[in-house]
Design a protein around this ligand. Structure first.
Ligand code: ADP
Ligand code: MN
Ligand code: MN
Ligand code: MN
Length: 336
């Protein structure tokens, strides 16, 4: 018997920010693709996804990677939540992205997401003093040394785990606030980048667990003069990547200006604490785009301007955003 451990991972119904949940199923045949995994169920009354008297929800595996924590032939399976009759559950945001990505696939949208997050040890950010605060921000971003960065062993282990799983992690860096870090995933199509981002978040929580450290995606984990945490979402279509693409990008920015409120509505809860216009953010209430401008809502990177084509960076999404919602919204606004 192969005794494969398949970790079924899904998104719960918690509001305003949904959370990851998972449980393990032993599979007694080889698992090569997602079709090899059976559907499964869980008690939705414990995850804000059902009432107690009729609480079964269905788990439909939709994307698998190697389980780089358990190793061997074990797998991590991202699942969609369905109602008992197989219809899309109210908390399932992936099903809509699936429809959108099918509808607009001729545009060949690509995404690269920069996931910022903050380590906590108990009630304080990892490495912060018991009383008071660390030295003000300035030296921590991309820093090195025990007085500058906190948690590197976890970050390295997480990066390796993503690579071993087959996740398209493309970089990491320490951030402006001490104990805050970033990793990037992509560029990939909308469903792949979103499934992989959720799985890489799960791996982050799971690996930090072994260090007795938690990771939070809260957009403003420390009030005051400390940077918040975002999930800059880099986006391109085929036309943007081809010669003359810069004009397509500018047209996209004008469409984004007109849809600013609809975007902010799905860019994560508590984002108003972060999008203050300070700490390398734009204001929550107005939209502007600019070249190399890290205070803009949308930044057109210098390389894109120099080459005349490429991608743009939407700097508005908060670290706790749901990539299924953000990718769907961007495609609908820009390609619609
Ligand atoms: P920053 O300078 O904003 O910190 P990063 O290097 O952290 O930039 O992240 C850049 C992101 O842009 C990566 O996630 C990468 O996958 C993504 N990216 C690169 N090229 C493209 C493209 N053509 N379309 C979409 N995303 C892209
Ligand atoms: Mn970055
Ligand atoms: Mn960053
Ligand atoms: Mn960025």
């Amino acid at each position: 018997m192969p005794n494969i451990r398949a970790e079924y991972i899904w998104i719960d119904g918690e509001k305003p920010t949904a959370k990851l949940r998972s449980k393990t199923k032993i599979i007694n045949h080889t698992v090569k693709s997602v079709e090899d995994l059976p559907e499964w169920g869980f008690d939705g009354s414990s995850t804000y996804q059902a009432e107690g008297h009729f609480s079964d929800c269905l788990l439909k595996p939709v994307y698998i990677v190697r389980d780089s924590v358990r190793g061997g032939d074990n797998v991590l399976a991202m699942c969609e939540v369905r109602n008992p009759d197989g219809s899309v559950h109210a908390s399932n945001t992936r099903a809509h992205l699936f429809e959108v990505s099918e509808k607009y696939k001729v545009h060949e949208p690509w995404f690269g997401i920069e996931q910022e997050y903050t380590f906590f040890k108990g009630a304080k950010p990892l490495g912060w003093p018991d009383n008071g605060f660390p030295a003000p921000q300035g030296g921590y971003y991309c820093g090195v040394g025990a007085d500058e960065v906190f948690g590197r062993p976890i970050v390295e282990k997480h990066m390796q785990a993503c690579l071993d799983a087959g996740i398209a992690i493309c970089g990491i860096n320490s951030e402006v606030m001490p104990a805050q870090w970033e990793f990037q995933v992509g560029p990939l199509g909308p469903l792949e980048v979103s499934d992989q981002l959720w799985l890489s978040r799960w791996l982050l929580y799971r690996i930090a667990e072994d260090f007795d450290v938690s990771a939070t995606l809260y957009p403003k984990p420390v009030k005051g003069d400390w940077n918040g945490a975002g999930a800059h979402t880099n986006f391109s279509t085929k036309a943007m990547r081809e010669p003359g693409g810069i004009e397509v990008i500018k047209t996209a920015c004008e469409k984004l200006r007109n849809a600013h409120a609809e975007h902010i509505a799905v860019y994560g809860a508590h984002n108003e604490e972060r999008l203050t216009g300070k700490h390398e953010t734009s204001s929550m209430t107005d939209f502007h785009y600019g070249i190399s401008d890290r205070g803009a809502s949308v930044r057109i990177p210098m390389v894109t301007v120099n080459e005349g084509n490429g991608y743009f960076e939407d700097r508005r999404p908060a670290a706790n955003m749901d990539p299924y919602k953000v990718c769907a919204r961007l495609i609908e606004t820009v390609c619609g």
